[in-house]
Ligand binder design. Structure first.
Ligand SMILES: [Zn+2]
Length: 420
């Protein structure tokens, strides 16, 4: 199916309380198209909201505006998933797209090892920097080595719009886009966007400002909002509602607020990852970043102990990665020149561990540390299986190689199998 996401007829989502329906050959979970359209509109407006004022502020950048190159690299990481629920026979049913459609197209690494701290912030920071990061788990401080965003932008004199970090995971913070290293830092950082936080902000504002028609509506919106907050509090983190939704012009804001209010009031079965996906596609269409990192986190509902919701999160991830890759191929700026890395941040604890098995990801064990990675597109080779052990920190120098600059002295080493 080509032509991007707008033409796709099967807008499934796997959410709470949905009934599976049979659709020709597909067993899909349906989300009606109007709701998806509404989400897409919200995604477009939120990207506007985010990027518009910054484009002015940076003048499409004080640091050069065009990249000489048209190569693209994208990393998609999900939280923790184990082999047993994914690329083992017991897990194939959860990943029909990754296993049947995408695996034959790419290079598959069967042994990627997370030797660092198996928390979200440390792991994502390690992927971005090529060095194992041992900073606090909750993102209070920026990475201690330059991120690939900074290295890329400084080396290639690239604009801020060329590097984006988009995440469903609120255990990460805006600090993740740039390191504390003096020669680098925010001046060379990525655009960092947390789509779901923007939704929450907008809903919170709508509630606070009394946009709902009656107090009953307002109360119901508040309770929906609280439910959303609580349901997503996977890692014991609350949302910190910031004020960065203040920049929309009035009419756009009204539209977004109404759209999101409707969405929340009707208890839409929309996951955080779904919205992150839509915002990512919007960023791709609008800014064509050279380097994009996306982290999904629906699978992290496992922290609440629901195995079935964890599996649903894996299926959502599987579906969105496939849809994303199709969407990317439909964009002329990306077709045939994009390399995509898909991987979990880590596994999860083994059944029978004293940490409640799949609930968590903190046991020093292969079940938690060893996982897989798939590379697709320009620098990958169809059907290639690599069994030698590699590490999460290898991704950063590998991306540098794809853009013809070398990073030496890092703990991570470039993967010779992934090259243009
Ligand atoms: Zn987690």
């Amino acid at each position: 199916m080509s032509g991007g996401i707008a033409k796709c007829g099967i807008w499934g989502t796997i959410g709470v309380g949905l009934t599976p329906i049979h659709w020709g050959e597909y067993h899909a979970f349906a989300m009606d198209t109007s709701r998806r359209d509404l989400l897409k509109m919200a995604a477009a407006l939120l990207v506007d909201q985010w990027a518009g004022p910054r484009a002015h502020a940076f003048g499409i950048d004080s640091l050069g505006s065009r990249l000489v190159d048209d190569r693209k690299a994208i990393v998609i990481a999900c939280g923790g998933v184990r082999w047993a629920e994914t690329f083992q026979e017991t897990g194939f049913a959860n990943i029909p797209n990754l296993y049947r459609e995408l695996l034959p197209q790419g290079t598959f690494f069967t042994s990627i090892h997370n030797a660092g701290v198996t928390s979200h912030y440390n792991t994502t920071s390690s992927i971005l920097t090529g060095e194992w990061q041992h900073i606090d788990d909750w993102g209070k401080s920026p990475p201690q080595n330059p991120t690939i965003f900074e290295l890329f932008r400084k080396t290639l004199n690239a604009s801020r719009q060329s590097t984006w970090f988009i995440s469903s995971n609120k255990a990460l913070t805006k600090e993740i886009g740039a390191s504390s290293v003096r020669e680098f830092g925010p001046k060379y950082g990525a655009n960092v966007i947390f789509p779901k936080q923007l939704i929450i902000n907008a809903v919170a504002r709508a509630a606070v400002q009394g946009r709902a028609k009656s107090s009953a509506d307002r109360n119901s919106m508040r309770s929906e909002l609280e439910a959303m907050l609580n349901a997503d509090n996977y890692d014991g983190m609350g949302w910190s509602v910031s004020d960065n939704s203040d920049t929309l012009d009035d009419s756009s804001r009204q539209t977004v607020v109404q759209a999101i209010g409707d969405l929340v009031r009707t208890n839409a079965p929309v996951t955080g990852d779904e919205f992150t996906f839509l915002v990512s596609m919007e960023v791709i269409r609008r800014f064509s970043p050279s380097l994009l990192v996306i982290t999904f986190s629906d699978v992290e509902v496992a922290h609440f102990g629901s195995y079935s919701l964890h599996l649903a999160g894996i299926r959502t991830f599987d579906r969105l990665v496939h849809e994303f890759w199709q969407g990317v191929q439909g964009e002329p700026a990306y077709r045939d020149r994009t390399t995509l890395f898909v991987l979990p941040e880590f596994g999860r604890d083994f059944d029978g561990s004293n940490t409640n098995g799949f609930f968590n990801h903190r046991v020093n064990n292969e079940s938690t540390r060893k996982t897989w990675m798939m590379c697709l597109g320009a620098a990958a080779k169809p059907g290639e299986i690599i069994e030698r052990p590699v590490q999460h920190v290898d991704i950063c120098p590998t991306i540098a190689n794809l853009f013809d600059f070398k990073l030496t002295g890092l703990e991570g080493k470039p993967l010779p199998e992934i090259r243009l």
